[in-house]
Design a protein around this ligand. Structure first.
Ligand SMILES: [Zn+2]
Length: 307
């Protein structure tokens, strides 16, 4: 299939109450792992590139790799720009052919977030491209955090309504207690489900969960067995993730889990085969490991068979 526009897969997911996996990539092996896994599960999928990925590989290289692989399979594949913080970066992605972009102006005051988001929405919609924006600050919330601090950090559901109607954005990433990276929490992961349900009820639009990697213990343990230092790495449990989908999440971002799976597999090969110098024999097992992670994640989200 040709690359699909973001809202086409996420509107369906929002109506039917499941989530589509959104996986970060910046090289061929990762992209192949994601698309093979999704294709075998007959699931729609979003592949996303961060600013770092665009700088590393180039927007047109990323687009052409996705187009080449997507044309060989029959599931919808969306190419999304993750955390576009810079106007020219978003224009680069739009020009390259991305079918979804995120404008992340969440660090600015509310009115400025609206202004920057609307500017991107106007341009992207004129090109037939969907837009994601973020409201609130992504930060791990612990039990000890006060109500005031919680309200200052997490999304305000009433503000979300104003934000959506003034910007015309297609899907929204609400800050509901998750944070980025492999070291998210000291205790258990906390998502403010009530707040999430309220945002869904008021906006009725597709919602996005960032900072959602699971950081599975078995993979962390394997990486450490072969020399990685990941003490304290912790993510969002499978149960918490599924509850978030039940509460209205329709796009779940995953980056860290693929990184850890890659590192564990590469370290294992290098430790067991110190004479190996063929990059294919080193990166191939990483691709296989990432594919397993993607399949597990898609299985949790309920998008299997929804292509
Ligand atoms: Zn994010």
């Amino acid at each position: 299939m040709p690359i699909t526009v973001g809202i086409d897969v996420l509107q369906k997911a929002s109506e039917k109450n499941y989530a589509v996996g959104a996986f970060n990539f910046n090289n061929m092996e990762t992209l192949q792992a994601i698309l093979e896994a999704a294709s075998e599960l007959d699931a729609p999928v979003i592949v996303e590139a961060s600013e770092g990925a665009v700088k590393y590989a180039g927007a047109s290289m990323l687009f052409n790799m996705v187009q080449a692989l997507a044309s060989q399979i029959s599931i919808p594949v969306v190419l999304h720009l993750d955390h576009g913080k810079d106007f020219s970066l978003i224009m680069t992605a739009l020009r390259a052919g991305f079918t979804s972009v995120m404008i992340d102006a969440s660090s600015f005051p509310f009115e400025e977030n609206i202004r920057q988001t609307k500017r991107i929405v106007d341009i992207a919609h004129a090109m037939g491209v969907s837009v994601e924006a973020e409201l609130g600050t992504l930060k791990g919330i612990e039990d000890s955090v006060s109500v005031d601090e919680r309200n200052a950090t997490l999304i305000n559901p009433q503000q979300a309504v104003t934000f959506v109607s003034e910007t015309g954005v297609d899907y929204l990433a609400p800050a509901v207690g998750t944070s980025h990276g492999a070291f998210k929490y000291k205790g258990e992961s906390r998502i403010d489900y009530e707040r999430l349900k309220e945002v869904k009820k008021l906006t009725k639009m597709p919602l996005v969960l960032h900072g959602a990697s699971g950081v599975p213990e078995s993979i962390v343990e394997k990486a450490e067995r072969f020399g990685a230092q990941l003490k304290g790495a912790k993510g969002v449990s499978d149960e918490v993730l599924q509850e978030a989908v039940t509460c209205g999440i329709n796009k779940v971002n995953t980056d860290t889990d693929l990184r850890i799976a890659t590192v564990a597999a590469i370290r294992e090969v290098l430790a067991n085969h110190p004479q190996e110098i063929d990059p294919r024999k080193i990166l191939g097992p990483a691709r296989t490991a990432m594919k397993e992670v993607v399949k597990h994640r898609i299985g949790l989200l309920g998008s299997t068979g929804k292509a």
